[in-house]
Design a protein around this ligand. Structure first.
Ligand code: SAM
Ligand code: SF4
Length: 397
């Protein structure tokens, strides 16, 4: 079901709504802060008042539902932070609240991110009973020393067990790995990834370690105490990742995401295909089509400040701004070119009000960084993929 606004056709005849509508719910707490992580995650000495947070989440769900009437929710994604710290009843009541606010598609994908400690694995059955049908597990490494260096609270044996438990309970599972870790060699990564492939189901997220601002890793790195792979080794690790994943039937459908065709994460596809989504909870982002155009929304990041704002104002939004045509075009390229399927240049024109420059396209094609088909679809090649940011900047210029 769609609204009048979201049925507005693009030049290609497709409606923006075809990219889907999803609901993101952010649980902002973790047991400890990992030294590489800059997600909106917080550690609390005292137990979190889950009931109070649930009430605020529900308030925010009702607020966003009023702004997006008539949409059908095709996906719900519980991200974090560590959503597997939530009680299964909490997850249940939030799924119920979403289903009461929007029609929920019969085959809606409901994902929850879980950390693979044995305590959390003990809650997996409860999440399944609550309606979660896809679990995404933060394994990160299959090497105990590296897990320790990453500040993780689980070891390899626990992670392997959690992946097995999840596969027996959920129809769909995925796990995350981080490569290009300090001191990692190509041979070690090849062996580790091959082992991971043997454990994997139909989806894997494989991220290259990024040194994020204001993290402990950044401080160590600046002080010369953290040796991450140089550009050449980084490239070799990326190439090895593509080769091994493809050989095991899990090609990349996005820069860091691999799946058997058909098993892609539908919720994340909504972002990359520049669809509509609402962000519920502290530090969550949304993109919705209002009567006056596409809006960028973001909520207060600090959990307790978000809570008090929702309790007093009925929502946690600190940003709710109209995007200019130019901004929409830039975002569309930035998101869509992450996908192996690429972007439709006619939809770019409809969103941005301008066409991509022929000269830029021809130059990037000639350099082997992008490909273009007769219908004006553009996609980044495997040669261009490691240089995605500069390819996007060139195209958007
Ligand atoms: C929201 S986070 C984590 C979810 C869950 N709390 C966990 O740690 O397993 C999602 C994923 O982002 C990846 N990630 C986080 N920080 C990263 C970084 N600095 N570089 C690369 N990947 C990162 C990790 O693989 C992580 O599982
Ligand atoms: S990586 Fe996961 S567990 Fe670690 S701090 Fe970030 S969100 Fe929390």
């Amino acid at each position: 079901m769609t609204t009048r606004e979201s049925l507005r056709p693009t030049a290609s005849g497709l409606a923006d709504a075809d990219a889907g509508f999803g609901v993101y719910i952010h649980w902002p707490f973790c047991l400890a802060k990992c030294p590489y992580c800059d997600f909106n995650s917080h550690v609390r000495a005292e137990p979190v008042d889950e009931e109070r947070f649930v009430a605020a989440f529900k308030t925010e769900i009702a607020h966003r539902a009023a702004l997006t009437r008539g949409r059908e929710a095709r996906s719900i994604f519980f991200g974090g932070g560590t959503p597997s710290l939530m009680k299964p009843q909490t997850v249940q009541s939030l799924i119920d609240a979403v289903a009461a606010a929007w029609p929920l598609a019969a085959d809606a994908e409901i994902t929850l991110e879980a950390n693979p400690t044995s305590v959390e694995a003990g809650r997996f059955r409860g999440y399944r009973a609550a309606g979660v049908n896809r679990l995404s597990i933060g394994v990160q490494a299959l090497d105990d020393a590296d897990l320790k260096a990453l500040g993780r609270r689980h070891d390899v044996a626990e992670a392997v067990e959690a992946v097995k438990t999840a596969a027996a309970i959920f129809p769909r599972t995925s796990f995350d790995l981080i490569y290009a870790r300090p001191g990692q060699t190509e041979a070690a990564w090849r062996a580790e990834l091959t082992r991971a492939m043997a454990m994997a189901g139909e989806h894997l997220s494989i991220y290259q370690l990024t040194i994020e601002p204001d993290t402990i890793f950044e401080r160590l790195w600046r002080a010369g105490k953290l040796a991450t792979p140089d550009e050449e080794l980084g490239r070799a690790l990326f190439d090895a990742t593509q080769e091994i994943a493809e050989a095991h039937g899990l090609p990349a459908y996005e820069v860091s995401n691999h799946a058997r065709p058909g098993a892609e994460c539908r919720h994340n596809l909504v972002y990359w295909r520049y669809g509509e989504y609402v962000g519920i909870g502290p530090g969550a982002h949304g993109r919705i089509l209002g009567r006056d155009g596409r809006r960028a929304q973001a909520t207060e990041k600090h959990p307790e400040m978000w809570l008090t704002q929702v309790e007093s104002e009925g929502h946690g939004l600190i940003e709710n701004s109209l995007l200019s045509a130019e901004e929409q075009g830039d975002e569309f390229l930035l998101m869509g070119l992450r996908l192996r399927e690429g972007v439709d240049s006619t939809r770019f024109a409809a969103l941005s009000g301008r066409t991509l420059r022929r000269r830029q396209i021809d130059d990037l094609v000639a350099e082997g960084f992008i490909e273009e088909d007769a219908l004006g679809h553009i996609r980044v090649t495997s040669m261009g993929a490691p240089l995605l940011d500069s390819v996007v900047a060139d195209l958007a210029a």
